[in-house]
Design a protein around this ligand. Structure first.
Ligand code: ITT
Length: 198
């Protein structure tokens, strides 16, 4: 059975593919499923927005669909950019805006969390969400060219590196998305879609 990932973000798609592959499930993008529309993300939580995206795509193509709504919440910014992470500034200026807003903030107050909600919609059967989060700090500058989005300003003290510097295999084991996908795997195993030996 084919599963669709309802995202237009190539960085997310790459990470979903790398992790889903290990589950023995065939994953196709929403483009490959022939779904072009992007619904308006007008929910007030990551979970609500993830469900909006998964429902719209599953309805359009009739296939089991997973979606991801994620973002960076910064302690010193009262949780911003949060659900507005993709819209915090013009493309190419979002990291810059966060760094600028934290210019006067000392290290001990630069904590932040990457959060990922994944919604799963299996037409005619069920829908649910799972989530994962990853704690770190906001760096003083952008470091590294790996990953996407806010990766190069998200510093992991235990690795001494940003998500932009650590190898993709490591991010795909410890990230908010990896943890949410592990929770999804557990659910799909219980439901019999994934077999434990995979
Ligand atoms: P779709 O809605 O099509 O999936 P999107 O990029 O608009 O793509 P979101 O609304 O969930 O997705 O916005 C999430 C933003 O949060 C994303 O654009 C990044 O800027 C940031 N983000 C989420 N996960 C991230 C990660 O693993 N690394 C870096 N930035 C991340």
């Amino acid at each position: 059975m084919k599963w669709v990932v309802a995202t237009s973000n190539p960085g997310k798609l790459r990470e979903f593919r790398a992790i889903f592959d290990q589950y023995g499930l065939e994953l196709i993008s929403k483009d490959e499923a022939g779904v072009m529309e992007d619904p308006e993300e007008n929910g007030s939580t990551f979970e609500e927005n993830a469900l909006i995206k998964a429902r719209a795509c599953a309805e359009a193509c009739g296939l089991p669909t997973v979606s991801d709504d994620s973002g960076l919440t910064v302690d010193a910014l009262d949780g911003a950019p949060g659900i507005f992470s993709a819209r915090y500034a013009e493309p190419g200026h979002r990291r810059e805006r966060v760094l600028r807003e934290l210019e006067q903030v000392p290290d001990e107050k630069r904590g932040g969390t990457f959060y990922c909600a994944i919604a799963c919609v299996i037409p005619g059967e069920c829908e649910f969400t799972v989530s994962g989060e990853c704690r770190g700090m906001i760096a003083h500058e952008s470091i590294g060219t790996g990953g996407f989005g806010y990766d190069s300003i998200f510093f992991l003290p235990e690795y001494g590196k940003t998500f932009g510097e650590i190898p993709a295999e490591v991010k795909n084991r410890i990230s908010h998305r990896a943890l949410a996908l592990a929770a999804l795997r557990e659910k799909l195993e219980e439901m019999g879609y994934i077999h434990a030996d995979k």
